[in-house]
Design a protein around this ligand. Structure first.
Ligand code: 6R9
Length: 643
């Protein structure tokens, strides 16, 4: 139904930086001569010493990924210093508060000065190149300042989303042994406060590596400060000079770590380095959003996720854009908020997530139609597959059929967008991420790793490297190889499944591993299971994703209690609260089913395929159940399905 092609509009093609022919030429050149192609693109960022070596990659053996390896640069210079002469007084960041009455504008010159002050402050606290600094901040300008100050020092930042619990924060700090934490008194979201400093204090009981805590005053809420450890941001920074030398960094020196969930074990510290990541951030931000000088660009993500890293901070600032940073939520104080902010700041490019679109779609057209949105030129989507219905609603109602939608497929691991329409070059199909960007070689493979050609469905892999690719898992290179390059030898496995149609367009079907995508947030089912079994009354738990109208996927938990424990409504509520506390509100279960037993193979492996089907209420086709140790448990689970 949705395979209908929405052609590139002539007025967009006419002005396009990249039209269809140019896209094909770029794609071909990047494939045939990657060194030449990326040598031509690398000067979009500022180098202290230009690289002479471009690509040096091996997906086999120990896996080694290097780009621009003999180049020297500092990411903060590309984002700040080099703009001062040409656009020092241009607004770099428009900050829009949770409260519609609060906003602020920060020019490139002001941002540069703030970053330099914090750079000097952190250096005074002993932070140096290679140290890890944890950032646990709300969506305030200080978050961007903190990232760029770390980059300026060459310290590796590790941002933890403000919605994560003290335990989740602690385990991330411990894994990379951060020495400094940058946080705020409190955050604000939808009229409520988020107790960041209190959470941090709780987390830090388990974090001996932290020597200093820098606290930004945001709400002015009363928070305890620990003498000798905690210092207010303003006390540290106000007395500093507003210039600071940027540390010369090798292209392959780390820029940041960002923890993300996988199918097994603890979250992985995805490590990105400096040169390749910055080139990719700039290249994709400019071309996918067709960013033009002077435009106002708004990505609604949180800086705690990779989208916030690449498309609120590094990409837009490298390109000298004006980037909007929003502290709030789509439905506060009303469900028109997004559209009102677009009118207020005359936003030209708007990039959000399908879960937000679906939630706003439920409210009908009136809250959208009462706003103008005439400034909009390009719309974007990211985080999960967008269903054609939501795509069309977004296209018709938000963009008035005037604005192309770029449905951008990528991952924390990929650093930036890999598959997406280019507004002036690639016709759209509602629900399809369409075609790969120049330099990206996707393929579909079957279960044995054999490449499938033509129109087909399979596992989505990438056959070659692109500059923004992650380089390793922090502190565990063996796990990097194991996780991404061992399922299909010599290929990067994305963990996603996809379909390719007769036009070569990709349709991402979702994760094929034990990762679920709740409102665009990645959760490992193993993490939720281990939180559940940590409860004293729980014997065993199995967690799967289930279809959910708004969130894309919901969290469905099968819980076996210890003998003698009663499955009560009170206990169900207690377990939901328990998981929220252990991991964070984003991991709160949507359904808990009491399971006297779990379907297991004779070797004791839980058959998740069956559990997924029951959760989705697709019990007609359970498939082969002959390997079950005890087939009767399945009947019980079907009869007592919740929801
Ligand atoms: C950027 C980001 C990555 C996973 C990815 C896939 C899903 C992201 C998508 C999409 C379909 C899109 N995903 N964008 N699925 N269409 N346009 O979201 O990173 O948090 O690491 O999640 O999200 O399943 O594998 P991350």
């Amino acid at each position: 139904m949705s395979d209908a092609l929405i052609a590139v509009k002539p007025e967009i093609a006419a002005k396009a930086r990249i039209d269809a022919a140019k896209y094909r030429a770029m794609y071909e050149q990047a494939e045939k001569d990657p060194d030449g192609f990326w040598r031509g693109e690398m000067n979009r960022i500022a180098w202290m010493k230009a690289p002479t070596k471009i690509k040096n990659v091996d997906f086999h053996g120990d896996v080694s990924i290097k780009w621009f390896e003999d180049g020297v640069l500092n990411a903060s210079v590309s984002c700040l210093d080099r703009h001062l002469a040409t656009r020092g007084d241009q607004v770099a960041i428009i900050w829009e508060g949770d409260d519609p009455k609060s906003d602020a504008k920060v020019t490139y010159r002001q941002l540069h000065a703030q970053v330099c002050r914090l750079t000097n402050g952190l250096r005074e606290l002993g932070v140096k190149k290679g140290d890890r600094v944890c950032i646990y901040l709300p969506m305030i300008v200080e978050a961007a300042v903190a990232m760029l100050a770390c980059a300026r020092i060459g310290a590796i930042h590790s941002i933890v989303f403000g919605g994560f619990s003290p335990d989740s924060l602690a385990s991330r700090i411990q894994d990379s042994e951060c020495s400094v934490l940058i946080t705020a008194d409190q955050g604000r979201r939808g009229g409520r406060t988020v107790p960041l400093k209190t959470n941090a204090d709780e987390a830090l009981k388990q974090c001996p590596s932290i020597r200093h805590v820098v606290v930004a005053k945001n709400t002015g809420g009363d928070v305890p400060m620990q003498a000798g450890r905690d210092i207010w941001w303003s006390d540290l920074c106000d007395r500093q000079k507003d210039t600071a030398e940027p540390e010369p960094m090798g292209a392959e020196d780390p820029l940041f770590i960002l923890y993300t969930s996988g199918s097994t074990g603890k979250p992985k510290g995805v490590l990105h380095t400096t040169g390749g990541y910055m080139v990719w951030a700039s290249f994709t931000h400019e071309n996918v959003f067709d960013y033009r000088d002077g435009e106002i660009y708004w990505c609604t993500a949180d800086v705690g996720w990779v989208t916030g890293h690449t498309y609120i901070v590094y990409g837009p600032l490298a390109n000298g854009a004006t980037t909007l940073m929003f502290e709030g939520v789509p439905n506060y104080p009303s469900v028109s908020r997004f559209w009102e902010v677009i009118d207020k700041h005359q936003v030209n490019i708007f990039y959000t997530a399908p879960t937000a679109i679906r939630a706003l779609m439920r409210e009908g057209e009136a809250p959208v139609k009462k706003t103008s949105r005439k400034s909009l030129r390009i719309l974007g989507s990211v985080g999960e597959p967008i269903n054609p219905e939501a795509w069309l609603w977004y296209y018709r109602n938000v963009g008035d059929e005037r604005c192309p939608i770029v449905d951008t497929w990528w991952q924390t691991e990929t650093g930036g967008i890999l598959i997406s329409p280019l507004p002036g070059a690639i016709a759209q199909k509602p629900g399809s991420a369409t075609l790969p960007l120049p330099g990206v070689k996707p393929a579909l493979v079957d279960g044995e790793g054999k490449i499938i050609e033509g129109a087909a469905e399979g596992n989505l892999v990438l056959l070659d490297s692109w500059p923004g690719q992650m380089r390793t898992i922090y502190g565990d290179h063996a796990r990097f190889g194991q996780t991404y390059f061992s399922t299909f030898k010599g290929m990067y496995f994305t963990g996603d499944g996809a379909r390719r149609d007769a036009d070569g367009y990709y349709w991402i079907t979702g994760r094929v591993d034990d990762v679920i995508n709740v409102s665009g947030h990645r959760m490992g089912t193993a993490e939720i299971e281990s939180a559940l079994v940590a409860h004293p009354k729980v014997a065993e738990a199995a967690v799967v994703g289930m279809p959910h109208d708004l969130k894309g996927q919901g969290i469905y938990c099968y819980v076996t209690l210890k003998s003698g424990e009663e499955p009560t409504e009170a206990l169900r509520k207690e377990l939901v609260a328990w998981v929220r506390k252990e991991i964070g509100p984003i991991a709160a279960p949507d359904a808990i089913q009491w399971a006297p037993g779990l379907p297991k193979t004779r070797s004791g492996k839980i058959m998740r395929r069956i559990l997924r089907k029951i959760a989705a209420n697709e019990t007609d086709g359970l498939g082969d159940t002959s390997t079950l140790a005890d087939p009767t448990v399945v009947q019980d689970l079907i009869e007592n399905r919740v929801g």
